[in-house]
Write a protein that binds this ligand. Structure first.
Ligand code: PMV
Length: 328
């Protein structure tokens, strides 16, 4: 039996602007995770059990663009292209295998996840990363982190249009990442640990749509929105320094400023704004939406003493649940 796990993630600063080449900061959230277990099966086929998404099926009964099936098809295709694909994991341009070609191993694949779906916590990327790692070790095709990341990015692109790649990167490396699209991975140090409360609106909001809406805005007035993206970039740049130096108190104001710019990009929502202001009223040092917006999660910077108070205030203001996480 082989097991692999991957954490959730939150974007601290820079979402949306990151799609336009600006930096963003994201950190893993280890309190939630996707877990994959693979066993050799007695009966022919690849049997997938993912009770969280109500899935119990043999691989070839699923459409080849099914999010879980596409990971397995592409991994099998990739592993046949190269006997030991340690340095490249790209599935770009590869057509998924159809069931009739070649012989599949007989496997039982069990997938569970505690990461809320479609809420900006990186659940899709975490399932992909855990699944590809479990497959690569069970089938003896070792992959480097770089290859896992490239593979997961290609899978994200199959399902999400034009993702920046931040989700798969943080989830793969499970470390704080200063991310600029197309540039080598930069992790960063956390000078002094700090605490974040994550509040879930419970509204599932496809990132693809908010990203497309921002693109429409930008196409309508590029000069105006480029200025907004530059302002967000300045915040991300400053936030990295502030985090590295451990000047946690300065981080809250940067979050508030980033939220206001995201509001101007039309990606907040009444529910997110309600949670953001409830957190601030309850004593958070700052708060903002996190991820694609419109629904999903918001984050609040808190001191150890007021984490519970902010959590309760979020629940009273309509959050479906909260997670307290320490960034270190
Ligand atoms: O909704 P999430 O957490 O997957 O984050 C999306 C972040 C965006 O910047 C809005 C899009 C992207 O691909 O980076």
């Amino acid at each position: 039996m082989t097991k692999a796990s991957a954490p959730g993630k939150i974007i601290l600063f820079g979402e949306h602007a990151v799609v336009y080449g600006r930096p963003a900061l994201a950190v893993p959230v280890t309190q939630v995770h996707a877990d994959v277990e693979i066993l050799d099966a007695d009966s022919a086929g690849i049997w997938i059990n993912a009770p969280g998404v109500d899935l119990q099926a043999e691989l070839n009964t699923l459409p080849s663009d099914h999010p879980i099936a596409s990971v397995i098809h592409n991994f099998l295709f990739l592993s046949r292209q190269s006997p030991s694909p340690t340095s490249t994991g790209s599935v770009r341009g590869l057509t998924p295998l159809s069931g009739g070609e070649g012989k599949f191993p007989n496997l039982e694949v069990n997938i569970t996840s505690t990461i809320p779906v479609a809420s900006g916590l990186g659940s899709g990327a975490a399932v992909t990363v855990a699944l590809v790692r479990a497959l690569s070790s069970h089938l003896n095709h070792p992959l480097t982190d770089e290859a896992v990341n490239a593979f997961a990015y290609d899978i994200e692109k199959l399902h999400h249009g034009t993702p920046s790649g931040i989700d798969n990167t943080v989830v793969t490396y499970a470390r704080p990442v200063y991310f600029v699209k197309g540039q080598p991975i930069e992790t960063f140090k956390v000078g002094a640990p700090f605490r974040i409360v994550i509040g879930d609106t419970g509204i599932s909001a496809p990132t693809k749509e908010s990203v497309a809406d921002v693109r429409r805005l930008w196409e309508g007035d590029k000069a105006r929105w480029e200025v907004v993206f530059d302002e967000i970039a300045d915040i991300s740049f400053a936030a990295r320094r502030v985090i590295e130096e451990g000047w946690v108190n300065m981080l809250g104001e940067l979050m508030n400023e980033n939220h206001a710019l995201l509001q101007s990009l039309t990606v907040s929502s009444p529910e997110l704004d309600r949670l953001v202001s409830a957190a601030r009223k309850a004593g958070a040092l700052g708060a903002k939406l996190s991820g694609g917006g419109r629904g999903g999660n918001m984050i609040a910077l808190v001191e150890r003493e007021n984490a519970d108070e902010v959590s309760s205030a979020l629940i009273s203001a309509g959050a479906k649940h909260t997670i307290v996480t320490q960034v270190s």
